[in-house]
Design a protein around this ligand. Structure first.
Ligand code: FAD
Length: 485
């Protein structure tokens, strides 16, 4: 079984150069996942737009998703009603339906080859649980066409509903398709990491890891986790949720499903494969990733026949009121824009982000601007979630400090070298790989991810390989022994 996402199989694409000089531009988009690439598409006719990505465009969380385009998103409508009210939940539902339409329009207009297929979406519960009825009530009140349904697979369940106007696609092919469309209008730089930002006379000066600068009038941050570019910028309004997914051979079927129980799992099909995801937990739960991955594999083996061929894990950001953040930063920085916290529904919300941010940049009215804005109205539920998740991160921070000498998983341990805590991983050939054990971002200690063989930060999700190279932010620095940040 390969430890990789199915979406990166057999992809051929043009790689864009790294930025090797200082440049000026009107609009800089940092981060080319679903949110950044759709923003670039909507801004391609603006003057002097630049898109940078620290890796290859599309290879962040977007290449680890299950790629469903659906508005049946667990208990999201009940959750939003709790945090806000019925009308807010109804607007969110409308935004998701509009987003699906936007993806379909883009695919048609630009003839993007991304294996789009219609796929009925099922929402089900395995428990005696009234929460599915709450979603039912909500959908009835919004005149959404749905029906009570039998799950088309032999998994035990108690109750299910389905909608028919939903889709699945190949997320990476979609992103690469857009990259091709924008390439003559937007300047694209890959392998270009933004590490810092200064302001001089209303201009933003972004520093890159290899020492260049990009001076821009407007900056759009679509880096998934918004890295620390300005004091006070990082919205502590976020939580991180880790999920696992696998793919195996299976005949193609035209449906997808997700349940609403404590252990969530999600199913879809792609060509002759089935993709099963789920078993999420908060990153700050600081637990054994391999065990969680095995839970998913065991669940799959109980109900399906063929051996999994790929397995992967990744995390997504969640907001405290279940609505993503797609917004101008604040009044002091009206020319910084941010799109993040898609609550594991970033295929729809990423495409929506692209349109809303482009409209904000071009001063065009957008009906969803107030729904997704960063400083939306106060809510008790949101505040409660905010306090709980920040308490958990604080607790995790302390635990990682106290737990220093834990022998994580037999071949991995923490030791002090020159008074610095270091993580040691011994590979199959007996070679030692030593790295700094402190995350450069917030100084949390790192834990070893024995599923992917990486060093991961349980506080904010930065990830590093066994030799200390940065895989994923918010850290923008490596943890190699010589890089003492
Ligand atoms: C297991 C799983 C299944 C999911 N399934 C679904 C689904 O079925 N449907 C759905 O709607 N959503 C789903 N999601 C959610 C969805 O995949 C994400 O919300 C979405 O991909 C996030 O897109 P993004 O553009 O914000 O982030 P990313 O795709 O991570 O893009 C961010 C980009 O920014 C770049 N970057 C980061 N830091 C820097 C820097 N300092 N400088 C330059 N570039 C930088 C990264 O390299 C990356 O390419 C799922 C998520 C998970 C975890």
């Amino acid at each position: 079984m390969k430890q990789k996402s199915i979406w990166t199989n057999e992809i051929n694409e043009k790689i864009y150069p790294e930025l090797k000089e200082n440049i000026n531009c009107e609009i800089l988009i940092i981060g080319g996942g679903m949110a950044g690439i759709n923003t670039a598409l909507n801004l391609k006719d603006n003057e002097n737009v630049v898109l940078i990505d620290k890796d290859k465009i599309g290879y962040g969380v977007t290449s680890h998703t299950t790629g469903k385009l659906t508005y049946l998103q667990g208990t999201v409508y009940t959750d939003i009603q709790k945090a806000h009210d019925f009308n807010t939940a109804k607007r969110y539902l409308e935004s998701q339906k509009d987003a699906i339409k936007m993806v379909l329009d883009n695919i048609k207009k630009y003839n993007i080859d991304c294996d789009l297929e219609k796929s009925d979406s099922y929402l089900f519960t395995t428990e005696e649980d009234k929460r599915l009825n709450n979603e039912r009530d909500f959908l009835s009140k919004t005149d959404t066409k749905f029906e009570d349904a039998k799950l088309p697979v032999d998994i035990p369940y108690k109750d299910a509903i389905k909608v028919e106007d939903t889709y699945v696609f190949h997320p990476l092919k979609y992103v690469i398709g857009i990259k091709e469309i924008i390439k003559d209008k937007v300047k694209i730089y890959e392998n270009t990491t933004a590490i810092d930002m200064d302001i001089k006379k209303d201009k933003y000066i972004i520093k890159t890891k290899n020492g260049n600068t990009i001076t821009s009038n407007k900056v759009i941050i679509t880096t998934h986790y918004p890295f620390f570019v300005l004091p006070g910028l990082m919205p502590v309004k976020l939580g991180l949720n880790q999920s696992y997914a696998l793919a195996a051979k299976h005949k193609n079927e035209k449906w997808n499903a997700i349940n609403i129980d404590k252990e969530i799992y999600s199913v879809r099909f792609y060509k002759d494969n089935i993709i099963v995801g789920g078993f999420s937990h908060d990153l700050s739960d600081n637990i054994d990733y391999k065990k969680e991955e095995d839970k998913l594999i065991n669940f799959y083996n109980n109900y399906f026949k063929d051996k999994p061929e790929e397995v992967w894990l990744t995390h997504d950001l969640k907001s405290h009121d279940h609505i993503p953040i797609i917004s101008r930063l604040n009044k002091n920085h009206p020319n910084i824009f941010i799109a993040t916290a898609f609550n594991k529904w970033g295929m729809t919300n990423g495409v929506l982000a692209g349109k809303i941010i482009a409209d904000l940049v071009n001063n065009v009215e957008n009906k969803y601007e107030t729904l997704f804005k960063l400083d939306r109205p106060f809510s008790v539920e949101k505040t409660k979630n905010f306090i709980t998740s920040n308490f958990k991160i604080g607790k995790t921070y302390i635990e990682t400090k106290l737990d220093k000498n834990k022998d994580f998983y037999n071949k991995t341990y923490i030791t002090n070298i020159d008074d610095h805590p270091c993580g040691v991983y011994i590979d199959e050939k007996g070679k030692k790989h030593v790295v700094r054990n402190t995350c450069p971002h917030f100084k949390c200690s790192l834990i070893f991810n024995n599923a992917d063989k990486t060093w991961d930060c349980p506080c904010h999700g930065s990830r590093f390989d066994i030799d200390g190279n940065l895989i994923e932010g918010p850290s923008v620095f490596d943890i190699k022994l010589k890089e003492d940040k």
